[in-house]
Design a protein around this ligand. Structure first.
Ligand code: NAD
Length: 250
């Protein structure tokens, strides 16, 4: 893997929350960063790109698109690779919370909509990210978004939880397949992080957190992603790393 200061990272769901914090952190680490989110958030993505260019100045590229659409992911990853000069790190961060209700009330369509983004989307980003990194011939890093819900089921979160368990299985298998190309594959499993996704549930969640476990900030996840993206992390692969202030122990 090449030095961070020459590297290129691709971050999905980068217009806000954890994805934005990851993009900002990787830019400050020296990466050129491709920024993806859904097309309706193009303006927000461009604002993140301007912030990165103003603070760090070594390059960003906006690639709006839906991570659940195969042709879009293939085109976005190719475009970013061409614009920024390769690909070293894929961060498949984009995700949705989906139906928060008892499983007896979840429709098949709601289930499919959630899996389309959280599982198919991560798979497609791993697939096309891996293809470009392999083509570059210098190894790299693939990093996905799981969750505390990907380690422990919860009431009214069956669909979300199942999707985040799936990311762990995908990550382990991809690590085994891609190791020979010098690619490590890991995931992060945040606990409760203050973002637009968690905002509607924060009141209820904080009531059940132990007193020492305050909600985390997106930067708390960006710091572990920064490490996983670095050269130093070469000896870690297939792991889904919990970041949760002690509300769950592996
Ligand atoms: P968020 O909702 O604030 O941001 C997610 C971003 O992903 C949004 O900007 C959204 O537009 C984008 N996105 C959604 N569907 C997309 C698609 N089809 N294509 C491209 N982009 C798409 O969420 P967040 O809290 O920042 O979460 C980021 C990741 O971390 C998610 O995968 C989430 O499941 C996971 N996570 C979050 C928490 C938390 O407490 N916030 C905890 C555990 C895991």
């Amino acid at each position: 893997m090449i030095a961070n200061s020459l590297g290129v990272a691709f971050v999905t769901g980068a217009s806000q929350g954890i994805g934005k914090a990851i993009a900002m952190r990787l830019a400050s680490d020296g990466f050129k960063v491709a920024l993806n989110d859904i097309p309706s958030k193009k303006d927000q993505l461009e604002a993140v790109a301007r912030e990165i260019d103003a603070k760090h100045g070594h390059g960003s590229h906006v690639v709006p698109g839906d991570v659940s659409q195969e042709a879009e992911v293939e085109a976005m990853v190719k475009k970013a690779t061409e614009a920024l000069g390769g690909l070293d790190v894929m961060v498949a961060n984009a995700g949705i919370i989906g139906p928060v209700k008892p499983l007896v009330s979840i429709s098949g369509d709601e289930w499919d909509d959630l899996f389309r983004v959280n599982v198919r989307g991560v798979f497609l980003c791993y697939k096309y990210g891996a293809r470009e990194i392999i083509a570059g011939g210098r190894g790299g890093r693939i990093i996905g978004a799981s969750s505390l819900a990907g380690k422990q089921g919860g009431v009214s979160t069956s669909a979300y939880s199942a999707s985040k368990f799936a990311v762990r299985g995908l990550t382990q298998s991809a690590a085994l397949e891609l190791g020979e190309h010098g690619i490590t594959v890991n995931a992060y499993a945040p606990g409760v992080i203050s973002t637009p996704m968690s905002a509607p549930f924060m009141g209820d969640i904080t009531k059940i957190l132990p007193p020492y476990a305050k909600p985390g900030e997106p930067a708390d996840i960006a710091s572990i992603v920064s490490y996983l993206a670095s050269k130093e992390s070469h000896y870690i692969t297939g792991q889904t790393i919990s970041v949760n202030a002690g509300i769950y122990f592996d």
